[in-house]
Every structure is written in C-alpha cells, then in structure tokens.
Design a binder for this molecule. Structure first.
Ligand SMILES: O=C(O)c1ccc[n+]([C@@H]2O[C@H](COP(=O)([O-])O)[C@@H](O)[C@H]2O)c1
Ligand SMILES: Cc1cc2nc[nH]c2cc1C
Length: 366
C-alpha cells in the first residue's frame, strides 16, 4: 500500500442540514443542549444519516512502541514500562480497560515497536515494525522502508476495524518517551520553539525537563528540514507507533468513520495526518485538552474545540473514552428525543436569524 492517500470527502452536508433542522424540532429550546447539539449533528453528517444511529461498536486501537530518545534521559519512567504496560492492557488492568468498559468500547492492543523480549500474542505483534526507534536528536527514527511499513500498518488497522464493524474509532498510545517526538512533530508543523512544546510528560523534574528541551531542540533542527514532507517528517522525528497512528487517523477519514482524538501524542499524529490527507480532520473531534502545552497548539492548528478539560495526561485513549459517553448522548438525543409535534408540546417564538448565536459564542466551533 502506498503512502499516498486519496481525496478526503467531507461529512455529508445535506445530512448536516437535516440534523440541524431536526434539532429545532426536538422538545427543548433551540440550542439549549449547547455543544452537545453540534456533536450530534457531526455524528449524523459522518454517518450520512439523520437521525443518527447509536454507536454499535466504538473501538480503541492502542498503538504501543518504544522510543530511542529515552536513552537521553527524557522520561520519569524507564523504557521497560512500555512492555510491562502492554501486558497490563492485555490482562485488562489498565485505565483504558476500565474506562472502555464503562463507556461501552472495546480495546485492541497493537505492538508497533515495543522493545521487549516478552512473547506477545500474534494478534498483538502482527503489525510490528521494529524494536524501539532511532534517537531522534542525532539520527532518524526509522528507515524509509520502516516508515512506509508503519503507514501501511496504520491504514490496514483502520481498514480492519471499519470492515469489522467499528463505527467510532479512538487511537490510544503507550510508549515511554513518546511525548518527546510528539513535541518535535508539533513544533515542526506549527513553527513553534522548543520551550513552547516541552511539557512534563509522565511527571519529569526540572533537570529531566532541561535534557528533554535539549533533545527537542536538536531533533527539531533535523526535523525542520523535512517539515514540508509528512512521510519524511515521520521517518526523521516520529516512530513506528506515531507513523502508524497518523495513517490510521487519515484512513479513518478515507473510510468515512468518525474519530475521537485523545491527548498530545495522538494530537501530534493527527497534525501529520492532516498533512498526509488534507481534510481528514473534518472526521475528528477533540475529546479533551491535555495538560501538555503542545496539545493546545494542535487544537488551535486543527481548529478543534476540546469537549473536556480535565487535566488529563495519561494517554492510552483515556481522554477520548472520558468523552465517549457525551458523544453517545449527543447522538442518541438527536435520534431518540420526541419532536414538539409528536409530544404535543407548544413551540415558542424563538425566531433568531442564523447569524445570532444565542449561546454567546463568537463564530462556529468544532
Ligand atoms: O496523552 C497525553 O496528553 C499524555 C501526556 C503525558 C504523558 N502521556 C503518556 O506518558 C507516556 C509518555 O510520557 P514521557 O514522559 O515518557 O514522554 C506515554 O505512554 C503517553 O501515553 C500522555
Ligand atoms: C505506568 C504508566 C502507564 C501509562 N499509560 C500511558 N502512559 C503511561 C506511562 C506510565 C509510566
């Protein structure tokens, strides 16, 4: 499979209009469910169906991989935690497992680049590219062949999930050190300086932060040369897991499947995905705003308003899972509420011109 993505269609405009019109018929003052209304309208437009169907198979794909930059001392945790957490995901003991269960989603764990000797099941390693990645402050993360294979893996994963019935996709990730390549990718694509993108990750102290800032500075010097070329950027400053995630997010759009985005690492992959497949972001909503400073740059650049702001910084898809019940509610409200006519409720006299935003917002949001 090539690294070229086809033209990305937009969610269906006629269905979008029908869903907005339906909201006006439902037994509530127009606009009174605030941003939940737009979320339901978006799901409807993605499905090309009004009223929208409730999600039948929300799915988390957890992209796991290690990062050579951890050798420079950029994380609060040792790299072996990535493989240990993969075992925890498979045993059902991680936050993502509990939160997915509460939200009605299922979880698939995929090892793209975990640096472990542990024997993992074939269904976990089937898309494995390599162990860890190059230390991006001094060498490329991946070879040309590896980045192409990682992109093919991400596309195949999205195809497999959509073909398997997934109607809402979430990319989660696990990888000690991965907030460093995420910061570099975001800085390269937003034209930001290292200090604006280097955060505390897993909870690093000031000395570790200084080492991380140096690593980001050096990696960014290498990354800026290729920032106009998304595949080369992933090869230079990404990793197998981030490259696969970017392709997964782009392919979800190709397959007209809505996506809830998680935190800063998924955000970095999303920024690259929008370069790989312009317009893909129309198929995504930002579930939350991570405490990592670079995440705000992602949301601004993609023009996405986060649903939640809960000071999360875990990853694993947990922020997306926290927002999933709200997205499900937004979908079912639009599908299942009674209309004024059906319920025999009198309509009011709210006749606002389309340009007036009764909720006091300035312009549209998504
Ligand atoms: O999703 C986020 O915004 C987020 C913010 C900080 C840390 N993380 C998670 O923490 C790990 C990376 O942190 P670090 O400090 O090792 O680079 C990785 O497994 C991520 O899933 C995730
Ligand atoms: C324990 C642990 C769990 C995680 N899940 C995602 N990133 C993580 C980082 C650590 C350190």
């Amino acid at each position: 499979m090539s690294t070229e993505f086809p033209h990305i269609p937009t969610p269906d405009a006629a269905t979008h209009r029908a869903a907005e019109a339906r909201h006006l018929e439902l037994t509530k003052p127009p606009g009174s469910l605030g941003r939940l209304e737009e979320l339901g309208v978006w799901v409807s437009a993605c499905q090309g169906q009004c009223p929208p169907r409730p999600f039948a198979r929300p799915r988390v794909v957890l992209f796991a991989g290690d990062h050579g930059i951890t050798a420079q001392g950029v994380s609060a945790f040792p790299a072996e935690v990535t493989g240990q957490m993969v075992a925890n995901f498979l045993a059902g003991g991680a936050a993502v497992n509990v939160m997915a269960s509460v939200a009605g989603a299922t979880v698939r764990v995929v090892d793209l680049g975990v640096d472990t000797d542990a024997e993992l099941p074939e269904h976990v390693t089937a898309h494995k590219i390599r162990r860890s990645s190059g230390s991006i402050d001094r060498e490329d993360a991946l070879t040309d062949a590896e980045v192409d294979a990682a992109i093919a893996a991400g596309r195949a994963l999205a195809d497999e999930e959509v073909d398997g019935g997934a109607d809402l996709l979430i990319a989660g990730e696990m990888g000690i050190g991965n907030t460093t390549p995420a910061a570099v990718l975001i800085a390269a694509l937003s034209g930001s300086e290292p200090v604006a993108v280097v955060g505390r990750g897993t909870g690093i102290d000031d000395q570790t932060w200084m080492r991380k800032a140096t690593a980001v500075r050096d990696a960014l010097r290498r990354a800026r040369r290729v920032s106009a070329h998304p595949v080369a950027l992933l090869r230079t400053a990404g990793s197998a897991d981030i490259a696969a995630m970017a392709a997964f997010l782009a392919q979800a759009a190709v397959r007209k499947t809505p996506v809830l985005l998680d935190g800063v690492v998924v955000g970095a992959a999303a920024l690259v995905a929008e370069e790989l497949a312009p317009g893909a972001s129309e198929w995504w909503r930002a579930a939350h705003k991570s405490v990592e400073p670079a995440h705000a740059l992602v949301l601004e650049q993609l023009n996405l308003t986060p649903i939640l702001d809960l000071d999360l910084r875990l990853g694993e898809g947990t922020g997306a899972l926290a927002a999933l019940p709200l997205l499900s509610m937004a979908t079912r409200v639009l599908g299942e509420m009674s209309t004024f006519a059906d319920a025999g409720v009198s309509e009011g006299e709210v006749r606002l011109p389309a340009t007036v935003d009764v909720n006091g917002r300035n312009g549209g949001w998504r």
